[in-house]
Design a binder for this molecule. Structure first.
Ligand SMILES: Cc1cc2nc3c(=O)[nH]c(=O)nc-3n(C[C@H](O)[C@H](O)[C@H](O)COP(=O)(O)OP(=O)(O)OC[C@H]3O[C@@H](n4cnc5c(N)ncnc54)[C@H](O)[C@@H]3O)c2cc1C
Length: 406
């Protein structure tokens, strides 16, 4: 049977796939390209929310759900002042982004969307095998499938596979493997209980259990908020542990006795320096989580995905050829991420102490610029000087030893 041929196949229409498709739809340079977008899901549910910091000048999809101008940070035992201006903390709901992106794509005739399960991608022939038939892509951008056995499947949602399947086996010792896993409840209270102007960015007043554990609160109104318990560790917690931590925090830190759980969010984000480079081979370019778009040391990916795609498509338009190197972070930041992960992964410094020291000694906009990979050399040096030096020197040494098998 003759397979239909496309100039570009986008495998996976989540954050990265849709961001790419919107960029391709909006530029006349690509209007003669035949493009296929495939996802097994129709993306009609609000399967996640994305939060991130951004200034008013940064270009963002026009679907912001909420913006907060201030954030709070709590160490184990005290509040640390946090001023985020000129940044604001922002939230986009998955469903709003998916609907807007599909609307943009539907305005051009050369991009086709199908709902199908992708079964295999053959880099040699460009064949994408799906439950709705096989297609040939001259170029394939993949965010749907990972060949890395140690990660949860891209887009893994609650309920997840058994913990044993997600537990990280440290097979490749030169890399750090951590999971950022979280469960959030959207709660509604009968009486006003939240300051809707202020996000709780990190609250470490929760038992650490030798891991990095904090609570994050996004208030939508005085009576409604998302309260999320987050852990950085090699494996997931037992299911009930998230609920116990949330109940404990709501009762003992928020002092709320009466509330109703309106909705639940559960997610797992890989935090690893394992090379998940964008280029699989000449034809297949991995994007999104499987392309290494998640910032290893923070787990944030939304704004990075917008920025990486913008730079990549700008480059393609300018030179006439795609350059996957434009999707990679600068080497210096990748090295710093590896060291930071090693500090957390090897527990050289507990996460709550590390982040408290950073936010106590430095202004939040500098930390945000560092995590955005926009920090100057002088700002990077200030950040490296904030936490105690010894754990970082040890981590750098271990990193070198692991890497060179010394
Ligand atoms: C619950 C949750 C909350 C998050 N919150 C934030 C946040 O606040 N801020 C932030 O910066 N980052 C956040 N992240 C991290 C990151 O931004 C998201 O995971 C983001 O969606 C990653 O984009 P992606 O395109 O790689 O994956 P996805 O958006 O998950 O897209 C992958 C797509 O591939 C499809 N797919 C998978 N397998 C197949 C198959 N076999 N066949 C067909 N289709 C397939 C899926 O249906 C999905 O649509 C969050 C992640 C999760 C899971």
């Amino acid at each position: 049977m003759q397979q239909e041929k496309f100039d570009i196949v986008i495998a996976g229409a989540g954050l990265a796939g849709l961001t790419l498709a919107v960029q391709l739809a909006q530029r006349t340079f690509f209007q003669d390209k035949k493009i296929l977008l495939i996802d097994r899901d129709t993306k009609e549910k609000n399967d996640r929310t994305w939060c991130f910091w951004a200034t008013d000048e940064e270009p963002l999809p026009p679907v912001l759900f909420k913006t907060w101008e201030s954030c709070r940070f709590f160490s184990e035992n005290a509040e640390v002042p946090m001023r985020i201006s000129p940044f604001k903390y922002r939230m986009i709901r998955g469903i709003d982004f998916y609907t807007w992106a599909k609307e943009q794509i539907s305005q051009v005739p050369h991009i086709q969307i199908i709902t199908a399960n992708i079964l295999a991608i053959d880099p040699a022939t460009g064949m994408v095998s799906t439950s709705a038939g096989d297609f040939i892509g001259n170029r394939i951008f993949n965010s749907a499938r990972t060949t890395l056995p140690l990660l949860p499947e891209a887009g893994a949602q609650y309920p997840l596979p058994p913990i044993s399947q997600l537990a990280v086996q440290k097979k490749e010792k030169q890399y750090t493997w951590l999971l950022q896993h979280f469960k959030g409840w959207i709660i509604e209270t009968p009486e006003p209980a939240f300051d809707p102007a202020t996000v709780t960015f990190m609250d470490y007043r929760t038992k650490q259990q030798s891991e990095t554990r904090f609570v994050y609160v996004l208030p939508f109104s005085p009576t409604r908020a998302l309260v999320e318990f987050t852990v950085f560790s090699p494996a997931l917690c037992a299911a009930e542990e998230y609920d116990v931590a949330l109940q404990d925090y709501i009762r003992n830190q928020l002092n709320i006795r009466d509330y109703r759980v309106e909705d639940t969010e559960f997610g797992v984000i890989p935090m690893t320096d394992h090379p998940m480079g964008p280029q699989v081979d000449r034809r297949v370019v991995n994007i999104g989580t499987v392309g290494g778009f998640v910032k290893p040391s923070s787990g944030y990916a939304f704004k990075r995905t917008q920025r990486k795609m913008q730079a990549f498509i700008d480059g393609w338009e300018k030179t006439g050829a795609p350059n996957p190197a434009l999707l990679q972070s600068p080497r210096a930041f990748r090295i710093l991420d590896s060291i930071m992960l090693r500090v957390l992964g090897d527990r050289l410094l507990p996460g709550h102490i590390l982040f408290t020291q950073i936010f106590r000694k430095l202004e939040a906009p500098l930390v945000f610029r560092f995590l955005d990979e926009d920090a100057t050399f002088a700002e990077t040096l200030r950040l490296l000087n904030a936490p105690p030096a010894l754990p970082f020197l040890k981590a750098a040494w271990r990193q070198c030893r692991q890497f060179f098998h010394v």
